[in-house]
Design a protein around this ligand. Structure first.
Ligand SMILES: Nc1nc2c(c(=O)[nH]1)N[C@H]1C(S)=C(S)[C@@H](COP(=O)(O)OP(=O)(O)OC[C@H]3O[C@@H](n4cnc5c(=O)[nH]c(N)nc54)[C@H](O)[C@@H]3O)O[C@H]1N2
Ligand SMILES: Nc1nc2c(c(=O)[nH]1)N[C@H]1C(S)=C(S)[C@@H](COP(=O)(O)OP(=O)(O)OC[C@H]3O[C@@H](n4cnc5c(=O)[nH]c(N)nc54)[C@H](O)[C@@H]3O)O[C@H]1N2
Ligand code: SF4
Ligand SMILES: [Mo]
Length: 747
């Protein structure tokens, strides 16, 4: 017991590494240490597993007494290629959700009176089979759509894609990658051939220079941020371009504030400077790329003066960034949603891909592109495994006759060559009556879709909706049947992280109540709908993936477990996996990077007299998305218990707003009320609100109509809004009331 306590305390010291140390409540640390200390280690189950929050892919040992998770401790370093002994506050502590009282433990079905009642698995699955089956019979499989879950494992996501095509008969299967990095996937696939990070984490650790944009790295990818900060302390340059002076900017060699929505403009401005001043890598351009002349011609219009006028970045900052990039031996180009969640996100990504290529920063140690992916398994489950309207697993095009024939034979079904609907388009198709039933797995669409006022109506009007989740979340409110799934700590399989490393996820405790793994639910349902699935384990599902997917040909559970992770492409059992993409050739027909000129683009909605501000939305360290998991951890809720909107001090003064005042934010789609946080982190024309709280769902303000044409990503990062201080809570309040000082919320 003493030993266990000592070990637990020692573990606490490890937390001192990285961001967790800056922020952890001491009481909480002690609580965790003694929770393990009070148990006999021999009574606990321990499993080395992979974090189920973000795509950094931290690995650690989880300790459970069979009912809850007691601690997360470093696993051995070889087995934790990305994080070593570091984890952030979520991976370390945020497990209150697992054993929370409001976990779904039994299936729920809608009763006659409209309320939910519990049901047996048999009854619930029969209802689902009948509900989906009836729509398929009457309107065809295309009238059904499935949203797959990037929280779930690779094996489960493979089955979600297979279920949609084989059992439901639809290609309308998609997932949160569409809301997130699908513009990255489209942009990089077009230029280099693979829609993924080219780097390994070790490239990020050893590069001489970073160009980081649209990434709140310390809050959204904390353990990678720790790596970057360390390297910058050791002398690497860090260039940060962001509309908000986010924490990583404090470590930067140069921080430039950009106006949201115009990234291709300043990126092209840097490219222009580099070409004009001969700072590019002529040999690399000549030998490894095509399209340079097109890029050179297209950047001419992005003069320093024009860039400043549009983006606010002064000429000397463009010049200094270009000089730094040109002088660096190696550079990593990192970005996240600030670049992608736009109606022209794919163009932004291509502009960045052009810049990385002309500076010769690909395929060598310490170089490459690194879009930090989002959900724990969006790279693998959200992309590689093919729960996508246009691709089978391994990005094999469904319109290709030969490939389609391979899957039709393997899955014993006919598959249409026509692409299905992308995520947000499923909702628009449902509005038109083309989609009538949805099966939503591990996605809280009622909060996370753009324009949720409309999405709510659409969910309500569906003929049949199945929700499969850990919780009765906001989306489940509209369901006919709710199926209880279990979380990553209760099942076994694999996740693929942001640098293409496939890693093991291991069960450390039994599923809560009658909840089941997503793959077991799908198997039961497929069999009720006329199929004969017989997987005895997730490893068997992976065997099927290996046989059908060249990228994952050699990625077996056995190897992933014994080799401590395996990076794709890994085409066969003897292949060692691929650390760094494009060392010899790009994944294009001629092996070259296909550069393309990118012209001017602007956001779909720009500020005007009625809506004079640009609202941008995003994340905070302690919270995760719609809060289903993090809101159930008390220690976490102490820190960011509620929403806020960041407003610049000058703007706040002009509108008579102080920190803590309730502010009404209005867009053409709706309005929300949130307390102000007055800060110069944002510029005077921009306001920022996080996405984590249902009470003030920020997606009431965003727009579902303007999607990126290539990737169908919504423009979450730009909405035109107005702001006003709310005094009496509603407009009808009389003058006196409006002038009363606010009592609560000022602190
Ligand atoms: N704590 C926490 N971590 C998470 C998540 C979470 O919910 N909570 N979610 C995970 C997921 S799924 C994802 S996809 C990632 C997202 O990771 P990030 O993309 O880093 O997260 P966001 O907060 O959306 O931050 C976007 C950044 O873009 C900036 N930005 C806004 N508009 C623009 C613009 O027009 N141009 C540029 N250049 N920048 C802009 C914002 O100021 C912010 O710094 O995080 C993952 N990690
Ligand atoms: N305004 C605005 N909106 C955004 C964004 C933004 O930046 N701004 N970002 C977008 C992005 S990048 C993303 S990724 C989305 C995220 O949006 P969502 O994916 O909808 O967000 P989550 O809250 O992570 O929802 C995941 C759900 O899965 C459940 N879950 C967890 N594990 C499992 C499991 O193993 N199986 C099953 N069946 N369920 C599970 C959780 O309980 C939760 O209900 O939001 C998007 N929406
Ligand atoms: S950085 Fe991401 S993967 Fe690592 S512990 Fe935190 S949430 Fe988990
Ligand atoms: Mo995401």
């Amino acid at each position: 017991m003493e030993r266990a306590r000592a070990q637990a305390l020692q573990n606490v010291e490890h937390v001192a590494e990285g961001v967790a140390a800056e922020t952890l409540p001491e009481g909480k640390l002690f609580e965790v240490a003694s929770a393990v200390g009070d148990k006999r280690l021999s009574e606990l189950t321990v499993a080395d597993t992979t974090c189920g929050y973000c795509a950094v892919g931290c690995r650690f040992d989880l300790y459970s007494d069979g009912e809850e998770i007691l601690a997360a401790r470093p696993t051995d370093d070889e087995n934790a290629p990305v994080n070593g002994i570091s984890t952030c506050v979520k991976g370390k502590f945020s497990y209150g959700f697992v054993n929370s009282d409001d976990r779904l433990t039994k299936p729920l079905v809608r009763a006659e009176d409209g309320s939910f009642r519990t049901a047996s698995w048999d009854e619930a699955l029969t209802r689902v089979a009948e509900g989906l089956g009836a729509i398929k019979e009457e309107h065809g499989g295309e009238a059904l759509s499935l949203i797959a879950s990037s929280k779930a494992t690779n094996e489960e996501n493979y089955l979600m894609g297979k279920f949609a095509r084989q059992v439901l008969g639809t290609n309308s299967v998609d997932n949160c990658n569409r809301l997130c990095h699908s513009s990255t996937v489209a942009g990089l696939a077009q230029t280099y051939g693979y829609g993924a990070a080219s780097v390994s984490t070790e490239d990020i650790e050893q590069t001489d220079c970073y160009l980081l944009t649209g990434s709140n790295t310390t809050e959204a990818h904390p353990v990678l941020a720790t790596r970057i900060k360390q390297n910058v302390r050791d002398g690497a340059d860090l260039l940060v371009f962001d509309p908000r002076e986010v924490q990583i900017a404090e470590y930067a060699t140069q921080y430039s504030r950009v106006q949201p929505g115009y990234d291709a403009v300043w990126i092209n401005g840097i490219t222009r400077y580099i070409i004009e001043n001969d700072l590019y890598d002529e040999a690399f351009v000549a030998e490894r790329t095509s399209g340079f002349e097109d890029v050179k011609a297209s950047v001419q219009e992005f003069t320093p003066e024009r860039v400043e006028e549009v983006t606010g970045v002064p000429p000397e900052e463009i010049a200094s960034a270009a000089e730094t990039l040109g002088a660096a031996d190696t550079c990593v180009f990192g970005w996240t949603l600030g670049l992608t969640e736009h109606s022209h996100g794919t163009e932004n990504v291509i502009a960045m891909a052009n810049l990385a290529a002309i500076t010769g920063n690909l395929g060598k140690p310490g170089t490459g592109v690194s879009p930090f992916r989002g959900q724990n398994n969006v790279q693998g489950g959200g992309g590689d495994m093919g729960p996508l309207p246009d691709n089978f697993p391994g990005y094999q095009d469904i319109a290709d006759d030969e490939i389609r024939a391979k899957f039709e034979e393997a899955w014993d079904c006919d598959i249409s060559p026509e692409y299905g609907h992308y995520t947000t388009q499923m909702f628009l198709a449902a509005h038109r009556g083309d989609v009538r039933g949805m099966y939503i797995i591990g996605e809280n669409a009622a909060l996370s879709e753009p324009g949720v006022n409309h999405a709510e109506e659409i969910l309500r009007d569906l003929d049949f909706l199945v929700v499969q989740d850990l919780f009765h979340n906001e989306t489940a409110e509209y369901a006919d049947v709710v199926l209880p799934a279990c979380s990553f700590v209760e099942k076994t399989g694999t996740f693929t992280n942001t640098d293409r490393t496939v890693q093991m996820v291991k069960q450390v405790m039994p599923p809560k109540g009658d909840s089941r793994s997503d793959w077991e639910i799908l198997q039961d349902l497929a069999n009720r709908m006329g199929r004969d699935w017989n997987y005895a384990s997730s490893a068997e599902i992976m065997d099927e993936v290996n046989a059908l997917t060249p990228l994952y040909g050699g990625v077996t559970h056995e190897r992933v477990d014994s080799e401590g992770g395996l990076q794709w492409p890994c085409p066969h059992e003897d292949h060692p996996g691929t650390k760094r993409l494009y060392e010899d050739a790009f994944n294009t027909d001629d092996g070259l990077a296909h550069l393309q000129g990118i012209g001017f683009s602007a956001p779909a909605e720009t500020p005007d007299d009625e809506y004079p501000f640009t609202l941008t939305t995003g994340r905070v360290l302690y919270q995760y998305h719609t809060g289903t998991m993090t809101h159930r951890e008390e220690g976490i809720m102490q820190y960011t218990p509620s929403d806020f909107v960041e407003i610049h001090p000058d703007t706040a003064a002009e509108y008579g707003i102080e920190s803590g005042d309730e502010v009404r934010i209005r867009s053409r789609r709706g309005e929300i009320v949130v307390p102000a946080q007055v800060t110069d982190r944002v510029g005077p024309d921009t306001v920022f609100a996080p996405i984590h709280f249902a009470e003030s769902a920020v997606n009431r303000l965003t727009d579902e109509d303007h999607l990126d044409p290539a990737a169908a990503t919504p423009e979450y990062k730009v909405s035109a809004v107005s702001i006003e201080r709310v005094d009496g809570h509603h407009e009808t309040a009389d003058e006196d009331e409006r002038e009363q000082p606010r009592a609560a919320g000022d602190d």
